[in-house]
Design a binder for this molecule. Structure first.
Ligand code: HEM
Length: 411
C-alpha cells in the first residue's frame, strides 16, 4: 500500500530521521520505506540533516559493505543518538572485534538452530496457554493477548528468573533506551544491575540449565565473562528479546488479518510457514541499526569522515529491486531470501534462529486454532518507528473458540 503524498515528496533521504518518520499511513511506515528505496536506487547513501546530521543508508549493496567493514565502521555507534549509558556498554552489540568476538563465543553455542529447537515444546505449550485466555472472547488486541507475554516468558526462561520478576523487565529496558526521566531511569538501572548481580552470584554456586547460568559459568581457555559483561548480557537479553518480537508478532497477525490470500495459503499448507516467516521478516524488518565512522572511508561515491554516524535502514535495503524480485509483494515461498532483517556479518543477530522458531510455532498454533480472522472494525493500530518499527497494537475479531486447556508451569 503506497501513500501517494509521501511518494510525491522529493529528497526524503536528505531529511530522514528514523525517530521522526512522517505519520504512518494506514499500513504503517512501509509506504515511506518504499519511497526512500526509490530514492536510494539513485543514491544509496545520502547525508541527512535529521538528528543533527548523519548518513542514511538505503541500498542493499552499500549497507552490506558497511556492515562488513568493521575496521572503518564501529558498533560503538549501533544506536544514534547514542543512549546515555556512561561507562556501561551493551555486550557484543556495542563492542568491536576482538572484544566482540571474545564475548560472543561464550553465548553463541546456546543460540544455534539445534540448541533453540529444545525450546519447541515449551513454546507450543506457552502460546497455547496464552491463546486460551482470550480465544473465547472472539475479539482481542494482539500485543496484550500474547504478543507481549510470549517473548517475556521466553526471556524469563533464558535468564532463569521466576516469571514474577518479569514485571520489572519493562522499566529495566526503559532505563537503557529512554532518557526522558533521568531520576526514574537511574533508579530502575540500579535495580536492574542489583538483580543481575544477585543472579550472577547465585548461579556461581547454584548453576541451572538456562542460557544465563551457562554464560556465568562458561570458561574458554581459562577466560570467563567478567561481572560487568554478565550484567550487560542480562540487559541485552531483555533489550533484544522482547520489544522487537512483540512488534513483529503484532505486525504479522495484523497483515494476515487483512490479507486473506496469504492467510488462507498458510492455513492450507502450513509447510509454507518457515519461508513465510523469513519473507515477513524481510517485508516487515523492524530494526534500524547504526555505525560510527572511525576512519575516512569511501563507499560507492560517498566519502565519510571519522566521527560521523551512518544509519542502516534494513527495511529499506530489504526492498532493493536489484536483489529481490517484486520486492513490494509478500511472496510466501520466496527463495533464496537474503534479507537483512537480522543484519549480516559479525554482528548478525544472535537471536535469529530463536526468533524464527518462536514465530514459526506461534503461527502454526495460531492458524490451527483461528484459521479465519480479520481486523476489528474498531481497530486503531498503533505504529512505532525508531530503532524498532512496526505495529505495537492492533485488534482482530474471530469466531470464539474453546480453550484447549494447555497448562504450563511458570517459567
Ligand atoms: C524479531 C526479532 C529480532 C530482530 C528483528 C533482531 C534484529 C537484530 C539486528 C538487525 C541486529 C544487528 C544490529 C546491528 O549491529 O546493526 C541484532 C543484533 C543482536 N540481537 Fe537481535 N533481533 C531480534 C531478536 C533478538 C533476540 C530474541 C535476541 C536474544 C535472545 C537477540 C539478540 C541480539 C544480540 C545479542 C545482538 C548483537 C549481536 C552482535 O553484535 O554480535 N535479538 N538483532
Amino acid at each position: 500500500v503506497r501513500d501517494t503524498n509521501v511518494n510525491a515528496t522529493p529528497n526524503l533521504m536528505s531529511v530522514a530521521n528514523h525517530y521522526g518518520m512522517p505519520d504512518p499511513n494506514p499500513d504503517g511506515p512501509y509506504g515511506y520505506f518504499e519511497a526512500i528505496r526509490d530514492e536510494a536506487e539513485a543514491a544509496p547513501i545520502v547525508w541527512s540533516e535529521g538528528l543533527g546530521g548523519h548518513w542514511v543508508v538505503g541500498g542493499y549493496e552499500a549497507g552490506s559493505q558497511i556492515v562488513r567493514n568493521s575496521a572503518a565502521f564501529s558498533n560503538k555507534g549501533v544506536t544514534f543518538p547514542s543512549y546515555d549509558l556512561g561507562e556501561f556498554r551493551l555486550i557484543m552489540s556495542m563492542y568491536d572485534d576482538p572484544e566482540h568476538k571474545r564475548q560472543r563465543q561464550f553465548v553463541e553455542p546456546y543460540f544455534t538452530m539445534t540448541a533453540c529447537r529444545d525450546y519447541g515444546d515449551w513454546m507450543r505449550e506457552t502460546i497455547g496457554e496464552l491463546m486460551d485466555r482470550r480465544i473465547g472472547d472472539g475479539r482481542a488486541e494482539v500485543a496484550e493477548w500474547f504478543g507481549e507475554q510470549y517473548p517475556v516468558r521466553l526471556t524469563a526462561l533464558l535468564l532463569g528468573v521466576p516469571l514474577e520478576q518479569s514485571e520489572r523487565f519493562e522499566p529495566w529496558v526503559e532505563a537503557i533506551t529512554n532518557n526522558k526521566n533521568p531520576a526514574a531511569t537511574a533508579e530502575a538501572f540500579e535495580e536492574m544491575v542489583g538483580a543481575a548481580q544477585a543472579l550472577i552470584e547465585r548461579r556461581r554456586v547454584d548453576p541451572s540449565d538456562d542460557v544465563f547460568s551457562h554464560a556465568v559459568n562458561a570458561e574458554i581457555d581459562g577466560d570467563r565473562l567478567k561481572d560487568n559483561e554478565l550484567v550487560s548480557l542480562f540487559e541485552v537479553l531483555l533489550l533484544g528479546g522482547i520489544e522487537n518480537i512483540t512488534v513483529v508478532i503484532t505486525t504479522i497477525i495484523r497483515r494476515l488479518a487483512w490479507d486473506d490470500e496469504a492467510r488462507r495459503a498458510l492455513v492450507a499448507d502450513p509447510g509454507l510457514i518457515p519461508t513465510a516467516i523469513d519473507e515477513l521478516l524481510r517485508y516487515y524488518a523492524p530494526a534500524i541499526g547504526g555505525r560510527l565512522v572511525t576512519e575516512q572511508v569511501t563507499v560507492g561515491d560517498v566519502t565519510m569522515e571519522p566521527g560521523q554516524h551512518a544509519m542502516l535502514w534494513y527495511p529499506v535495503m530489504n526492498r532493493d529491486r536489484s536483489v529481490f524480485s517484486d520486492p513490494d509483494s509478500l511472496v510466501l515461498d520466496r527463495k533464496p531470501n537474503r534479507h537483512l532483517g537480522f543484519s549480516t556479518s559479525i554482528h548478525r543477530c544472535l537471536g535469529a534462529p530463536l526468533v524464527k522458531i518462536k514465530l514459526k510455532i506461534m503461527l502454526e498454533e495460531f492458524l490451527k486454532r483461528i484459521p479465519e480472522f480479520e481486523l476489528d472494525p474498531e481497530d486503531r493500530t498503533e505504529w512505532v518507528t525508531g530503532n524498532v518499527c512496526g505495529a505495537r497494537r492492533a485488534s482482530i475479531v474471530f469466531a470464539p473458540g474453546e480453550p484447549a486447556g494447555a497448562h504450563i508451569e511458570s517459567a
